[in-house]
Ligand binder design. Structure first.
Ligand SMILES: [Zn+2]
Length: 511
């Protein structure tokens, strides 16, 4: 069946997912997937842990553990956090032999087709450790913005850096270890060879990129495009590269993202017979949408796109990359190493989940940095959501004589309900996707419905039920409670009558 494949950025299992991650891609992807399902459109929402990343080595070193142990404990925590926040992702697939087969098939196909080129490059090299440095193993001066940056891409400006692009490189594993530069021969995929296709691709999807990401893509296109590493010297972690020309090297971790997503899509579908990548083939007719942070615009928006394009029309490409900015905690960056963070699972143990999801949606870092405060969460959700919502529930209860009773709906009621649906569709459709505006829409409609005078109770109930259906991708528990009581949450508004119902209340405390 043709549908939409929604992929959230693959989390690196070097720690739990905190509220900053949730407010970024995971909640946004969840709301989008729930909206599509409510609209009767088939959707697969999947991701996969990003086990091969070099950050596994640096974090494990700091914590005094091994990458494998760190991976196992963090993956279990990430699974729990996703579940606790009600993120409707398919279960995280294990990174096992089947996963590695999918990655190797994807990459060796390109190798056989002659897409890769051998390059002798210079890379930073930690002399005492005897390790070539890249990505999370190295820090230095970003060539594009001069800020301190890790290898791969800069968290601040988003520009890529590979090989010896960083100025004054230092080893993250041991800053005292002298870093020199060494020649090494690796396989690369020159992005420049795909410039024409890339330019046409971005031009066709301009309207779906948020402004900051669109600007970064333009900046990258204005320079010579990077040579994407396919292999790098092994730091002792990652998938061994199976190529004769590059002995002792691993696959560059970022190139696993596409086969990882193909693999997790296949697992989410229940491992159907036939080729693993069938759902991603161009002839499937499926749509593809990514949710990720601004810091992944280069990797997900260009590097991995080139990996798909290099397969020569075999695969679908994303309709949109929905990118978020950073989310801060009390006006400082979330930081696992400084323990400056709040985990989603801890928060929903104290505050009803719908209130947390509403607040994260309302303050979602869509176009610029946004800030989480616990005081803000309590104040805003009490005054703007729970108070008016429960008042509306009282109003409905006072108006409804008999739940289940069939009530008349007028043209005017249907017109208003259609307007509500239209407003929310604007928030959930890709060209104008905005969790913030959807959350604001809930507040606006609540305020209006508290005092709206309606001659027909059926009209009021249709508007309330439509609001509940439109809010359901965010307020998942109250929506589930209504559905369990027999309320049909539909985005259609054409009925002549409506069955009277009671609006479930938002809880004061965690149930
Ligand atoms: Zn930079």
């Amino acid at each position: 069946m043709t549908g939409t494949i929604v992929i959230a950025a693959t989390p690196t299992p070097n720690g739990d997912l905190h509220v900053g991650h949730m407010a970024g891609p995971y909640l946004a992807g969840d709301v989008y997937a729930r909206y599509l399902r409510a609209d009767g459109r088939p959707v697969t929402y999947a991701t996969c842990t990003d086990d091969s990343q070099s950050y596994m080595i640096s974090t494990a070193r700091t914590r005094g553990t091994t990458p494998a142990e760190l991976c196992a404990t963090s993956t279990a925590r990430i699974r729990r956090s996703i579940e606790a926040m009600g993120i409707s992702l398919a279960p995280l697939p294990p990174v096992d032999d089947a996963y590695r087969r999918t990655v190797l098939d994807f990459v060796t196909t390109l190798y056989r087709e002659g897409r890769f080129e051998l390059r002798t490059v210079r890379m930073p090299y930690a002399r005492n450790a005897g390790v070539h440095l890249f990505d999370g193993l190295v820090k230095g001066e970003c060539p594009a913005c001069l800020a301190e940056s890790c290898g791969g891409s800069c968290e601040g400006c988003g520009h890529p850096n590979h090989f010896d692009d960083l100025g004054d490189p230092r080893s993250v594993l041991d800053p005292a270890d002298p870093v020199t530069s060494r020649e090494v021969t690796v396989l690369v995929l020159p992005a420049e060879s795909y410039r024409e296709e890339l330019t046409a691709y971005y031009a066709a999807r301009e309207s779906t990129w948020r402004q900051h990401s669109r600007q970064l893509i333009r900046e990258i296109l204005a320079r010579p495009l990077p040579e994407i590493p396919i292999t790098v010297p092994s730091p002792g972690w990652g998938i061994e590269a199976p190529f004769a020309e590059t002995p002792g090297q691993i696959l560059y971790p970022w190139i696993e993202a596409m086969p990882a997503s193909i693999h997790s899509t296949w697992k989410a579908a229940g491992e159907p017979e036939g080729p693993v990548d069938l759902a991603w083939r161009a002839e499937s007719g499926n749509r593809l949408v990514y949710f990720h942070g601004f810091d992944n615009v280069y990797s997900w928006g260009m590097l991995d796109l080139v990996m798909l394009l290099a397969h020569g029309g075999r695969y679908i490409t994303p309709d949109a990359n929905v990118c978020n900015e950073f989310y801060e905690l009390e006006n400082e960056k979330f930081s696992t190493s400084r323990n400056h963070l709040i985990r989603g699972a801890d928060l929903v143990a104290e505050v009803p989940r719908d209130l947390v999801r509403f607040y994260l949606a309302l303050t979602s870092p869509e176009d610029q940095r946004a800030n989480f405060t616990r005081e803000g969460l309590d104040r805003v959700t009490t005054r703007r959501l729970r108070g008016p919502w429960n008042e509306l529930a009282d109003r409905v209860e006072a108006a409804v004589a008999q739940p289940g009773e069939e009530l008349k709906v007028t043209d005017d009621g249907r017109r208003r309900a259609a307007v509500i649906v239209e407003r929310f569709r604007l928030c959930y459709d890709l060209t104008s996707f905005s969790l913030t505006r959807a959350a604001e829409g809930i507040v606006t409609q609540l305020g209006r419905l508290l005092t709206a005078e309606r001659a027909e109770i059926g009209d009021l109930l249709l508007e309330v039920r439509t609001l509940l259906a439109c809010a359901a991708p965010i307020l998942i528990d109250v929506a589930a409670e209504a559905e369990a009581a027999g309320v049909e949450l539909t985005l259609g508004t054409g009925a002549e009558t409506i069955d009277a119902f009671l609006l479930p209340r938002l809880p004061e405390d965690v149930r």
